[in-house]
Design a protein around this ligand. Structure first.
Ligand SMILES: *[C@@H]1O[C@H](CO)[C@@H](O)[C@H](O)[C@H]1NC(C)=O
Length: 348
């Protein structure tokens, strides 16, 4: 549980978190293999990629996507309600995001995209019995005038229509969605919120007395934002609001990093891309991205050397994962355990 003022070094939650068990699993498997092949090669360990609890299919036996979709007030709503839901989660995407990014493509939602981090957040939520509501912003990013009222109206109406009004309502917004959630939390009654890679609009509002407990999940490499967050944590705390933060650190790529995180990307392509990134100097000798995925000309490099390697709809997921690895500004599901613990510990 995160108490007020807890500062968690997230990524990989280092030591303290339930990562320990899978890590021990990976370590013991690796040790076993080292003995097996009499090879004391650290690279061998890396080849096993992410521990199972971070893989794209970790929820396969627990929950399935089965969303419903509706258009209302000129926008797109996609949601799923598990059996016996215990809470309602509103998810707000960032700029250029859409509700379809949170859900895997299926006969029920042929337009759905299922971006790797978004889909895992939803699966985490459903596995923990949160009903999940996603809404698309009208424009590229969220707006704070009329759109705020429209979305508040939609959330209220939707909760009522599905008879979920007695359940705690929580929200998570990333980037533009984080600003948006910080604003609507001043109007609607949330039991707690998570602002991801966003400092919120706290210098633009009169924060109400009972503003909900607020968790900042951010990437401190984005120094300016980190400074703002530090400032706003003080502001909220002085108002008596429960606040915590999770810092998300960069992580190294490995040959299976992309195939571990992206459903339709196989290990061969993943390893080929990793080698290409090394050849081109996009990653350093330890596998860390040298620049943000958006600023890395990996698509051009791919076009030059292996033009037919990649299907078009893998470009966006790969870019997202490269951004995540660089840890400057991206949606992340890697801290889901801590995020949902935050929600769950503020539901009384
Ligand atoms: C949204 O649509 C509903 C149904 O069409 C309508 O009653 C409601 O007033 C609309 N809300 C806003 C804020 O425009």
């Amino acid at each position: 549980m995160l108490n007020r003022g807890t500062k968690l070094k997230a990524w990989h939650g280092q030591k303290k978190y339930p990562v320990v068990v899978p890590v021990m699993f990976v370590v013991s498997v690796s040790v076993a293999l080292v003995f097996l092949f009499h090879r004391n090669d650290e690279k061998q360990i890396q080849a096993y990629g992410l521990p199972p609890e971070r893989k794209w299919n970790r929820f396969e036996s627990l929950v399935q996507f089965n969303p419903k979709r509706e258009f209302r007030n000129g926008t797109d709503l996609i949601w799923q309600i598990p059996d016996s839901p215990k809470a309602v989660l509103f998810l707000a995407h960032g700029c250029s995001g859409r509700a379809v990014n949170f859900w895997d493509k299926s006969p029920k939602c042929p337009e759905c995209v299922g971006l790797p981090e978004e889909r895992l957040l939803v699966l985490h939520a459903l596995a923990r019995k949160f009903a999940v509501l996603t809404i698309s912003s009208a424009g590229r990013c969220w707006a704070f005038g009329e759109e705020r009222l429209i979305v508040e109206d939609i959330i209220t109406w939707w909760v009522k229509r599905h008879k979920l009004g007695k359940l705690p309502l929580v929200a998570l917004g990333a980037s533009s969605g984080g600003y948006f959630v910080s604003a609507i939390a001043n109007d609607l009654k949330f039991s707690s919120i998570t602002l991801m890679i966003a400092e919120g609009l706290f210098d633009h509002m009169d924060i109400r007395e009972d503003y909900p407990p607020t968790l900042f999940v951010h990437m401190p490499k984005d120094l300016r934002r980190q400074q703002k967050i530090t400032e706003f944590i003080e502001v909220l705390r002085n108002k008596g609001v429960d606040v915590a933060e999770i810092e998300c650190m960069e992580l190294p790529l490995s040959p299976t990093f992309l195939s571990d995180r992206i459903p339709s990307l196989d290990q061969t392509i993943s390893a080929t891309l990793f080698n290409l990134f090394r050849e081109k100097g996009f990653v350093d000798e330890n596998g860390y991205m040298k620049r943000d995925g958006r600023a890395t000309r990996w698509k051009d490099a791919l076009q030059d050397s292996k033009p037919n390697l990649l299907e078009k709809d893998l470009v966006h997921p790969i870019e997202e994962e490269l951004n995540l690895a660089f840890a400057y500004h991206e949606m992340t599901s890697l801290q889901s355990e801590e995020i949902f613990k935050w929600f769950e510990s503020h539901m009384a």
